[in-house]
Ligand binder design. Structure first.
Ligand SMILES: Nc1ncnc2c1ncn2[C@@H]1O[C@H](COP(=O)(O)OP(=O)(O)O)[C@@H](O)[C@H]1O
Ligand SMILES: [Mg+2]
Length: 236
């Protein structure tokens, strides 16, 4: 069976003025459905560039990227947007919630773009907030929630469209240790119970230890790729 994500000889080259940056250099990578992968590496090693390509936010300069059997490396922008909306959820370090907009409305957003009825948007967004332990906080604005709770709203928003893959780029980077554990517990649970494939960028090894596979990047290349037993923390 082919992998969910298959990268063949992927390069990403940025040109800024006369300077050429080889952000990704010949990446060959297969990720199967249901994996929980941590991508590690120092700042500037290409982690976000790889995530953006795998998440269909950007395209490789060279090489082939197949997602679920489809060639997306060369797909048109509207096709990419559709794939993102249907298949992919994103969680970022900075939460990226819309201010002065309730948790419920933030979580509804992907369904709004799909043209789902308001009633159905609300129902599914409420269920997603419940799933991340935020039942009862539907009407709170982001400013009325803690950092950990805001990140949970972002996870609910990522989940509401029932994606097959969740990309998380330093999701705990702005959180204290306790909130980080909560967020990682939720991600581990989504992977285990719902079978969602998770690809997580982090530079902290205790955060990476929740994953069952660890990739280490250096200078635009994957220099280490190991599978191991994840640290399964009990979710309270
Ligand atoms: N939009 C861009 N334009 C030019 N260079 C970029 C751009 N994005 C990233 N880079 C460069 O590509 C390299 C990899 O960056 P990035 O993927 O953000 O690394 P990481 O997420 O591991 O810190 C760095 O040298 C960075 O300066
Ligand atoms: Mg980065």
């Amino acid at each position: 069976m082919a992998g969910l994500i298959v990268c063949e000889a992927i390069w990403k080259i940025y040109r800024v003025g006369d300077v050429e940056v080889q952000a990704l250099r010949d990446i060959n990578l297969t990720i199967d459905r249901g994996e929980f992968v941590a991508v590690m590496g120092t700042s500037g090693s290409g982690k976000s560039t790889l995530m953006n390509i795998l998440g269909c936010l950007d395209q490789p300069t060279r090489g082939r990227y197949q997602l679920d059997g489809m060639d997306v490396g060369t797909a048109k922008p509207d096709v990419l947007a559709e794939i993102r909306n249907r298949q992919i959820g994103f969680v970022f370090q900075s939460f990226n919630l819309i201010p002065r907009t309730s948790a419920l409305e933030n979580a509804q957003l992907p369904l709004f773009y799909r043209g789902v009825s308001i009633r159905e948007q609300r129902k599914q967004a409420a269920a997603a907030l419940q799933r991340v332990g935020l039942g009862g906080r539907e009407q709170h604005y982001p400013s009325q929630l803690s950092g950990g709770q805001q990140q949970r709203v972002a996870i609910a928003r990522a989940l509401v469209g029932t994606p097959s893959i969740l990309f998380a780029d330093e999701p705990t980077g702005n959180l204290d240790t306790a909130s980080s554990r909560e967020i990682m517990g939720i991600l581990a649970q989504l992977n285990r119970e719902d079978g969602i494939t998770i690809i997580l960028v982090t530079h902290e090894s205790d955060i990476a230890s929740y994953a069952s596979r660890e990739l280490v990047m250096k200078d635009g290349q994957v220099v280490q790729d190991v599978r191991r037993t994840p640290h399964l923390s009990v979710v309270q």
